[in-house]
Design a protein around this ligand. Structure first.
Ligand SMILES: Nc1ncnc2c1ncn2[C@@H]1O[C@H](COP(=O)(O)OP(=O)(O)O)[C@@H](O)[C@H]1O
Ligand SMILES: N[C@@H](CCC(=O)OP(=O)(O)O)C(=O)O
Length: 390
């Protein structure tokens, strides 16, 4: 019998404490007072105390925060009760609210000497590979510099109807993008119930979910509060995205003043536990889900380096074929045609061709800008040797 997977064995409550990278999503209803449109400062201060505690323990934290529309509505006087805002009004509200939201986070985290950076993304940024790679690298860089990124959707450029609950999915995409180990969705409810507890008093909360099956999906009803309207449906979509990326997700109650501490102490929540870890999930995604758009041939020395876990440097490349953009998946082969694997190329095809056989130190002189040293970074590389993805 094979040994049980350490991923499945870890007790859910420890997931948060042991996670290297944590994404915490904060909904509008938790952060913004529905009547006054003001942020709940005491709540935010308490949450940022917890974020500081996680940082002190050496954990990296990304916050995905909603609330721009709710804050901006009041600022712009778009407060007629009962009238839904038009898309352009919501976008205007988001623009006016976002700057205040960012400021609130900046002030709250400044008490702990933590620098905040605002990152506005569209859902599409995680789908378009070139922008995806840039967003991932920016977030990586911010985390490496000890910064806490505060992410929201870039509501100004969104072309679709802005729906509450979008940030549940955005948070999951961000968690997948940065290979986070844990995603916490702080909610007005303490987890997933067998049915909407507002409708069914006999509904029971689930502690753990290991796969989002149709049976689980059937449990999710529509929206809850007046401000948050995503309900459980978007949370389950988020769970799927997170789990596919090897990230554990938890829906936990956020109203209290120390929601993360409560969760760590074994408080209520529903954990969605993936079958594998983020690194393995990402390699599987690169190797399996993407259609290669080019071929990069490497010499024997580079092939050896790759099998020893190194990145691919331009010096070991002998040929680049195809027309592709930065971030595209490319097949990596040896001179004799033997397939080594698939990787995401850090340069577009033309630039990659210009770098063939050159030392990384020459990149700036060749391209006129200071790009990455690696043509394919080892984190973006899935070797498929002997049928195994590594
Ligand atoms: N099966 C379910 N389990 C738990 N809550 C559910 C379920 N189905 C629907 N809901 C509703 O979803 C709401 C949470 O969604 P929402 O209010 O959008 O969350 P938030 O604003 O906290 O992100 C709950 O208050 C609950 O009324
Ligand atoms: N981007 C929007 C939030 C969208 C959203 O998903 O809201 P919520 O359901 O409260 O998490 C805003 O900042 O107002």
């Amino acid at each position: 019998m094979s040994a049980p997977s350490p991923v499945a064995a870890a007790a859910p409550a420890h997931r948060l404490r042991t996670a290297r990278r944590v994404v915490v999503k904060i909904g509008s209803a938790l952060l913004v007072d529905s009547r006054s449109g003001r942020t709940h400062r005491t709540w935010l201060d308490a949450l940022t105390d917890e974020v500081a505690m996680l940082r002190q323990r050496g954990q990296e934290v990304i916050l995905v925060s909603s609330g721009a529309v709710a804050v901006g509505r009041r600022v712009l006087g778009l407060t007629e009760v009962g009238r839904p805002l038009r898309l352009e009004e919501k976008q205007a509200a988001a623009a006016a609210g976002q700057i205040r939201l960012a400021h609130a986070y900046q002030e709250a985290l400044a008490h702990h000497d933590i620098t905040v950076a605002q990152v506005l993304l569209t859902l599409d940024d995680s789908e378009n590979r070139r922008r995806y790679l840039n967003a991932r690298k920016t977030l990586d860089q911010l985390l490496a510099l000890g910064v806490v990124p505060v992410v929201n959707e870039n509501d100004t450029v969104t072309t679709q109807e802005m729906r509450f609950g979008d940030n549940d999915r955005l948070a999951a995409r961000v968690a997948a993008m940065v290979s986070a180990d844990a995603l916490v969705l702080l909610s007005d409810i303490d987890g997933l119930y067998t049915a909407d507890p507002r409708q069914d008093p006999a509904a029971r909360r689930l502690d753990e979910v290991r796969a989002v099956t149709p049976e689980i999906e059937a449990m999710a009803g529509a929206a809850g509060s007046t401000m948050g309207t995503g309900g459980m449906v978007t949370k389950l979509i988020a769970a799927r995205v997170a789990m596919d990326a090897g990230c554990a997700m938890v829906i936990a109650p956020g109203k209290g003043l120390a929601p993360l501490g409560a969760l760590e102490a074994g408080g209520p929540g529903t954990w969605f536990l993936p079958a594998q870890e983020p690194r393995a999930a990402r390699k599987r995604w690169i190797a399996g889900a993407l259609q290669p758009e080019g071929v990069v041939t490497v010499d024997a020395g580079a092939a050896r380096a790759l099998t020893h876990g190194k990145s691919l440097l331009p010096a070991g490349v002998t040929r680049v074929e195809g027309a592709f953009q930065k971030g595209a998946p490319v097949r990596i082969v040896e001179g004799d045609g033997r397939r080594l694997g698939v990787g995401l190329c850090a340069y577009p095809a033309e630039e990659a061709r210009a770098l063939v056989g050159h030392r990384s130190g020459d990149i700036e002189a060749l391209l006129g800008y200071h790009g990455p040293d690696e043509l394919v970074h080892r984190d973006d590389l899935a070797l498929t040797l002997g049928g195994e993805t590594t």
